[in-house]
Write a protein that binds this ligand. Sequence first.
Ligand code: PRP
Length: 183
Amino acid sequence: MYYSSQYCCSNLSRKLFFYDSEKKYKFLIVRAQDVATYVEYKAADLGIAGLDVLYEHNNDVLELFDLNIGFCTMVVAGKDKNCFAYKNRSVRVATKFVNIAKRHFVSKGINAEIIKLYGSIELAPLLGIADCIVDIVSTGATLKENGLKVIEPIFESTAFIIANKISYYTKYDQINSLLEAVK
Ligand code: PRP
């Protein structure tokens, strides 16, 4: 029933699910980006997912409880504030968060070309393939060590317990007693 993201067991098993000692809950091990998809399609009743991932994928799930962990900020970052300066072309934005970046630049009325990358996003402005990036910042060390600055914050993100909409009503008591235990 219960579902976790990257909080994996430390043994070398490749088994992707396990049970608690009372066999009351089944835990699945999946990528953070896939948690809400498994919950939306009811492969899991509950999951733990960051708002960054939820806003990117826009899954049809209930955000039940803010765990107040996994703090980070979604930001636009670049070498300096002039990274948006007029260039006779769209602003090039490198990111893992394509939908968040698109929505952000549309809301600002800025024509942006979104360049999808899968990691090490900070390299893109350094190597000249992007004017800026949209990415999460936690300690700020990665930006700093690569000579980038926060140009503007987009939103704060923390990890939430999320639920499948049908499960929340059909397993209301079970889910709420689990939530109470977490609180
Ligand atoms: C994330 C994010 C930044 C970094 C920020 O990357 O994309 O690169 O963490 O953390 P900091 O502010 O504490 O330095 P992740 O570690 O997931 O690696 P990735 O670049 O391979 O996606």
